[in-house]
Design a binder for this molecule. Structure first.
Ligand code: SF4
Length: 328
């Protein structure tokens, strides 16, 4: 459990959490497909092509949920379609509390340590409507409410499907009063993330910062970091809440210079509620093999506990330095 200290109280969901303990038949599903934590349940969706009949079947699944006096915007939100990679019903790594985590297809980056390269393709996965996703989520609401959890949309890159994600988060809040989050690489222009109300619908942005050095960022991820840093600054300037995350990769992202620069940048931002250092791991290597891709970090070891602690100290040093220099 990575977030024991960040659980929200039920007061954040006034009126919605029933006091009953969830019944056994609604216990979150578990399987062994998760690559980054054994505690998560995840439902994989094999590649399928878009189906034209999805739109027609939407409301038949929940005839009672969209009454005829429902404003048109909500009805249209429910039918927006996205391309889904997989679902976790019991996520504990991507935001506060227990969460329903939706992984989307499509990412413009090619991080050398990516443990989900099967999310890269924007044309794979399964098409689902907002209504269908919420139907998957609904049986587990008690868990999300009681733990101060909610819904997180991850990837791939959620901003690549901004209209779908915005509609889903809005509808999850309207219908279930759920806390909402997106987990993003930040590789997007602020105007695209704002379009359609995506950022307004997200209570929290989990932002992955990979490297502050521009040239080496390209080497690590295939893309420059200027857009990502601009996006982070936009979140700060517009008062959005953030959790910053950074993957610690020995020999690649762990030099004192890099960690200090990262800490200083974080310290210059407002709205950062939490920082998470994610130790590089090799649990996704088999996916690279399955895709027939050479794994670029084959010789890189996972960091030791001592290396992790050292990195945290250096980042904290940079963060404090920048915070003291930041205007009030
Ligand atoms: S941003 Fe995330 S999903 Fe995209 S390549 Fe990097 S690690 Fe993989």
């Amino acid at each position: 459990m990575r977030h024991p200290d960040t659980r929200q109280t039920n007061a954040s969901h006034p009126g919605t959490p029933p006091s009953d303990t969830p019944t056994p038949d609604t216990a979150p599903r578990t399987d062994t497909t998760r690559t980054d934590t054994a505690t998560h349940s995840r439902i994989m969706h094999p590649d399928t092509q878009p189906s034209d009949d999805l739109q027609d079947t939407t409301n038949a699944m929940h005839p009672g949920t969209l009454p005829c006096d429902t404003p048109r915007r909500y009805r249209s939100d429910a039918s927006v379609r996205g391309r889904i990679h997989s679902i976790e019903t019991f996520g504990t790594m991507d935001g506060p509390g227990i969460r329903f985590v939706l992984f989307l297809q499509g990412c413009a980056l090619r991080c050398r340590y990516c443990h989900n390269p099967d999310t890269w393709s924007a044309s794979a996965g399964r098409i689902m409507t907002v209504e269908q996703v919420l139907a998957e989520l609904e049986p587990y609401l008690d868990y999300y409410w009681h733990s101060g959890g909610g819904l997180t949309v991850s990837g791939g890159e959620p901003v690549q499907q901004a209209p779908f994600v915005a509609a889903l988060l809005r509808e999850a809040k309207r219908r279930f009063h759920l806390h909402t989050a997106i987990d993003t690489s930040g590789f997007c222009e602020p105007v695209h993330a704002e379009a359609g109300g995506l950022l307004d619908a997200a209570d929290l942005v989990l932002l992955d910062l990979k490297l502050m050095d521009a040239a080496r960022h390209v080497d690590l991820t295939s893309q420059p970091n200027d857009r990502i840093l601009r996006f982070a600054r936009h979140l700060s300037d517009t008062g959005r809440k953030m959790w910053i995350r950074h993957v610690l990769v020995p020999g690649i992202t762990d030099s004192r210079e890099d960690l200090l620069a990262l800490g200083r940048f974080i310290g210059s931002l407002r709205g950062v509620e939490k920082f998470e250092l994610l130790p590089y791991h090799r649990m996704g290597v088999y996916k690279w093999q399955q895709l027939g891709l050479p794994y670029p970090l084959a010789d890189v070891p996972e960091p030791t506990q001592r290396e992790i602690e050292r990195a945290k100290e250096i980042i904290e040093e940079g963060r404090k330095e920048a915070e003291m220099a930041r205007p009030a």
